[in-house]
Write a protein of this length. Sequence first.
Length: 237
Amino acid sequence: MKHAPIVTKVSANLLRRKEIGQERRERTRAKLLAAAAQVLAEYGEQKATIDDFIQAAGVARGTFYNYYQTRGQILDDLWAEIGRDPFVGIQKACASIKDPAERLVTKTRLILKTAQDNTTWGWVVFALSLDITTVNADLLAFPRPDLEEGLRKGRFKFDEIHAAKDLVVGACRTALHALLIEERSEGYPPAIAALMLRSLGVSATEAQSLVKRPLPTMRSHLSPAANGARLGNLSPA
């Protein structure tokens, strides 16, 4: 009985050391995944190499191989972490919004805010929007349904749907790039969103009102360790 406190203390120390080791391992994994996301944005999924991942993460080769044996394994882990359709959560969060103008601008704000909060997610979205060969069906369709409904209901004013779609997608992609490689204030996403609405024919007063509304909540696709993981090695054009 006299030795019980000592045994308990030793067990607690061993447990804590194990927890610290797990936390350190998860942080390194998150760093590798953040690097992988940036590499995808720079080179695309087909051209990315293990050396690219190692250089972007700034880790030793042995460290990389402690986690992944092949290029395919880290990419599979990244897609499992983020999901092949990173817009799913945003689409679900905005599904109940009836007004197409509010729905479109809310999606835009959520895209930019999520990228601002979780840069790994942002790099994946940026990588998926590189060109027609990498963009998935949901990203390719964004934001046409909202634009068409908004035009039909008189919420938007524009002459050509493809031009309007390219304007919105281009603004989102440019803003994503700025948020990922440069410092931007918390007011940057709503400011971009308001300008986008005004370019679609929404008045300045209403645009400011719409971008100040509370954002719906959405479930993050990232693990806690991956949230906020930041790397600055790559800066794709």
